[in-house]
Design a protein around this ligand. Structure first.
Ligand code: FES
Length: 79
């Protein structure tokens, strides 16, 4: 099975990649300011983070939050 979109909102990762390139969005939250996705089950979030990091937009493996963790805010980083 290929995974290429936020299934709850039917937004393809390829569309989100275009938005990221056009706007400079670099996080899931940044992208959500421009497109409605990822507000229900949030299973797409690690895929979107992977897309932002690598440019991939179609996945055949399960990616969980632990596989592609969100960046920690600067004030919570450990030295
Ligand atoms: S798949 Fe994106 S919110 Fe459910």
């Amino acid at each position: 099975m290929k995974i290429d979109r936020c299934y709850c909102f039917q937004v393809r990762f390829a569309e989100l990649r275009r938005v990221a390139k056009a706007t400079g969005a670099a996080t899931v939250a940044d992208l959500q300011a421009h497109r409605t996705f990822g507000h229900k089950c949030q299973l797409c979030h690690p895929y979107v983070r992977r897309m932002l990091r690598t440019g991939e937009t179609c996945f055949s493996q399960i990616i969980e939050a632990a596989d592609e963790p969100a960046a920690e805010p600067p004030d919570q980083r450990t030295p």
